[in-house]
Design a protein around this ligand. Sequence first.
Ligand code: AMP
Ligand code: ZN
Length: 454
Amino acid sequence: MELHVHNSMSRKKERFEPLDPSHVRMYVCGPTVYDRAHIGNARPVVVFDTLYRLLKRLYPRVTYARNITDIDDKIIERALERGVHIDTITEETIAAYHADMSAVGALSPDAEPRCTRTVPQMLEMIGTLVDKGHAYAAEGHVLFDVTSFADYGKLSGRSRDEQIAGSRVEVAPYKKDPGDFVLWKPSTPEQPGWDSKWGRGRPGWHIECSAMAKDVLKATTIDIHGGGHDLIFPHHENEIAQSVCAHGGVQFSKYWMHNGFLVVNGEKMSKSLGNFFTVQDLLAKWPGEAIRLLLLKTHYRAPLDFTEDGLREAKGDLDRFYTALRAAADVKPSAAKADAVQAALCDDLNTAKALAEMHELARQLNTARSPDAKAALLDAGHLLGLLRSDPESWFKQGTGAGPGDAEIEAAIAARLAARKSRDFAEADRIRNDLKAKGVVLEDGPKGTTWKRGG
Ligand code: AMP
Ligand code: ZN
């Protein structure tokens, strides 16, 4: 099955042909760890996790790297505000990030390089750029000279004027050109820093990804580089400039892929606008799989309008899949695969189509209850990172509100006793009382089962 992806560099959908089909390399820009992730931050994670799952299906070896930016002005500020060491902030945030992303079904990347542990590699790359005449030192800073790279602006398609307006950087007196960007900047004695031949300082944001991609993927050209749409300029434009110039003109990444924004009432969800929901807050009310499915319902390149109604619908879709699986609990799955789902994903990750195919598989399982239908639905779940729960526990999971499992089981026993003594009014009262508390009873040949949120 051929994979096609939209390449932001060519602005076209292209056939994916890895440089080395025996080993695919992918790099995705990860979080700056100073605060809990919001659901917008989870979008690239879920999108590229889905791509990772597909690549693993198609190729014998895939190395997926997603970095952690653990040194940044926002982190330094946050540590000062709280009066703690920056490691306290970063360690806490990384642990929370791992928990949140695992709850939305993201596999761990193969490599998760950290900025603070890659400084020597960054300094080496900066040195190479200076030696080759692509960077210069000025007032404790080292800057990349954008005029030294003819292709600068090719990814974003921005003109020189737009680049300067878009970089939102003060036109500093030590810059030769207002578009030049920082590779290294000085640290005050209180700020974290590393010694270098340009003085004690810390790296700029862009250089870390160039250095880490090379370091962990062990290649100067990689197959796929991904991230949110906001990273195209200046971040990815700058990564390209650094890597291409440091490596004698070789291409940095063959394919560039970018996810669209998650928006609320038409505005990008972001910390600075304050219109965000953290993954943690949403997880208190919704299963992680519902969050993931919501993120996959919209094609990754399109804007995704976030609403709680959308989450409710996503939960409903999952209830349907799990209902089919629960009814087929005694069917032993064959080795059948979800070919139609895989084919949809191979078309530039058409997850909306993949989910429609998954509904079709659930329909088939409901009607046929066959080993092939069950296997295909489970395989679809595996490809999309869904259906990771046991169906019985899926329906029993709650939000912490409402009656506990034991209370529900006791009420069911009381209802059964009422029915046995032909007190149907009492049995109905118990049933309606549970319903009012969000618990639905279903009477079947093997007794009464229950689920929350019906
Ligand atoms: P940040 O921590 O802000 O650097 O963002 C981490 C990742 O989340 C980057 O790949 C961003 O492009 C992405 N991101 C941030 N906000 C959104 C959003 N509202 N929608 C989609 N992706 C986002
Ligand atoms: Zn990056």
